[in-house]
Design a protein around this ligand. Structure first.
Ligand code: NAP
Ligand code: MG
Length: 496
């Protein structure tokens, strides 16, 4: 790893393991209680590094630092904020290999997918830099009501203040960026809590953000258990907004204890792929399998149930089987690996439980269906899944292609919408009317026509309905959510 990152870590005196520090008020520090925890490589269990286990005092100091730095960033010109965001993009680009290597090691993500994550991160910072210069307001005339028609209102966007970003494990760099970049673009200060499974890449990003000229205190980053410091941060009165990405259970809990704060909640999903009779079945099979298996299905927007029209189901399923066979399982460091290990034991257990439940209730296991070595789960195809099975409704977050055969178009739409989730969905059809009708009726934040779900780099709004969350995360939409409207009303007819 480049010497740039020496400032954020030191070798342990016992065995040389690198110990990463946390960033509070521009200083890289150890936790006040000297506690740390291991970050392990899901592929072989080796220790990637140790990170600080923040105590409450550290969380408090991080919030205080962000609170005190509010004005610093709010008063910085959009031009200067954009320059810093552009510089961050350049620095991440310069250190791309370091990021890829760390993401592969701490999350077990195949190197190709990790490369895509770093590229998307760079683009998102650039995009945020551009959008920083586009933040506008409005001028309103008061003559649309009977009273005080002479009034003129100027409406401008101001930063909300301190944004708390709570990040998930599955896109450890990119989702952190999806929160950090627009928060800074909008002129906010931040407290960031990375996921405990793979926090190191975000600390590396924080170092480059310092190097890019971000003033001390504007970005603070603390690692530690979500349940220990997470609740404390979420309910802290000096936090103005929470941008949370994670499971629906934790998100709902966070919303309950947050109090008067803005909330942007990016939660779980159970995205359907609706394959209609008139679809291009080769393309649909390829996209559905990519949607289901990328990063071992550990994606909120994974296609985790395919609703296929009964008439074409046999043909479609055959195509799915041959697509899944192309997904090479192996060491995430190898460039041809497409499926690596899962993130941790709990995740493997959950997938196994869901597959077992489906198998017991009559689903046909066409491929896989078992745990592999270590934290691997075999790429699995479950056919003839019914709505009585847990896997039809619960988030799988594993490499399982789940096929539900449906009678007709209406049944596909009905089952798609019966879910408690509503994040993303894919509709496969060659009929324009079906594409429009399903596009309008499927209840999810996004409906993709003839493509697997994809986050993109924030050019389209992204986010869910129902238990999948609230708010829309994109560059422009996040800037809107991370700013408040401030109105000044003039009465030019009144003497000064
Ligand atoms: P998670 O277990 O809910 O954790 C997410 C974050 O919340 C982590 O930083 C975690 O810290 C923290 N946390 C845990 N308990 C907390 C508590 N009581 N109070 C405050 N914070 C707490 O989610 P995950 O396993 O990392 O990620 C997978 C989930 O994220 C899936 O459900 C997936 O669908 C969802 N996701 C959604 C989107 C989207 O855009 N909608 C994108 C990606 C992922 P620790 O790591 O320290 O526990
Ligand atoms: Mg988790």
């Amino acid at each position: 790893m480049s010497g740039t990152f020496d400032a954020i870590r030191f070798p342990s005196s016992e065995n040389g393991t690198q110990i990463y520090k946390m960033l509070i008020n521009g200083k890289w520090i150890e936790s006040s209680n000297k506690k740390t925890f291991d970050v392990r490589n899901p592929y072989d269990g080796s220790i990637v590094g140790r990170v600080q286990k923040a105590a409450r005092d550290d969380a408090e100091n991080a919030v205080k630092s962000a609170f005190d730095a509010k004005k610093k960033i709010a008063n910085m010109s959009a031009y200067d904020r954009a320059k810093i965001l552009d510089k961050i993009a350049d620095l991440v680009s310069e250190h791309k290999d370091d990021f890829v290597n760390v993401i592969v090691a701490e999350s077990g993500k195949p190197v190709k997918v990790a490369g895509g994550e770093v590229e998307a991160t760079i683009e998102r910072f650039k995009f945020a830099a551009d959008e920083t210069k586009q933040i506008t307001g409005d001028v309103l005339k008061g003559d649309n009501v009977p009273w005080h028609q002479e009034k003129i209102g100027i409406v401008i966007r101001q930063p909300v203040g301190v944004v708390l970003a709570v990040c998930p494990f599955n896109y450890p760099l990119f989702i952190g960026t999806a929160k950090i970049a627009p928060a800074l673009a909008a002129g906010n200060s931040l407290v960031v809590k990375p996921a405990s499974d793979d926090p190191i890449c975000l600390f590396m990003l924080a170092k480059l953000m310092q190097d890019a000229g971000l003033p001390d205190g504007v970005l603070n980053m603390v690692s530690g258990s979500g349940s220990e410091i997470g609740d404390y941060l979420i309910s802290h009165e000096k936090i103005d907004m929470i941008s949370f990405t994670g499971s629906s259970d934790v998100g709902k809990h966070a919303a309950k204890i947050a109090g008067m704060k803005r909330l942007q909640m990016e939660l779980g999903g159970k995205c359907p792929g609706l394959v209609f009779e008139d679809a291009d079945l080769d393309m649909a099979a390829k996209e559905c399998v990519t949607g289901a298996l990328k990063f071992s299905g550990q994606r909120c927007d994974a296609i985790s149930r395919i609703l296929v029209a009964g008439k074409v189901a046999d043909v479609f399923v055959k195509k799915v089987v041959s697509e899944v066979k192309k997904w090479k399982v192996g060491n995430p460091k190898d460039s041809d690996t497409l499926i690596g290990p899962m993130i941790n034991e709990t995740a493997v257990k959950k997938v196994d439980e869901l597959v077992e439940d489906a198998r017991k209730k009559g689903a046909k296991v066409l491929l896989g269906g078992n745990k592999g070595k270590g934290l691997f789960y075999q790429p699995t195809i479950l056919d003839k899944v019914t709505t009585k099975m847990r896997i039809a409704w619960e988030e799988t977050f594993g490499p399982v292609v789940t096929i539900i055969r449906v009678k007709n178009y209406e049944e596909a739409i009905r089952i798609a919408n019966q879910s408690e989730f509503g994040l993303d969905s894919s509709v496969f059809t060659n009929g324009i009317n079906k594409a429009i009708d399903a596009g309008l009726r499927v209840e999810s934040g996004t409906v993709q026509i003839n493509a697997a779900p994809a986050h993109g780099v924030g050019n389209f709004p992204f986010g869910g309905d129902k238990s999948s969350g609230m708010g829309r995360e994109g560059v422009k939409t996040s800037i809107e959510e991370m700013t408040k409207l401030h109105t000044i009303v003039f009465n030019p007819k009144k003497p000064l």
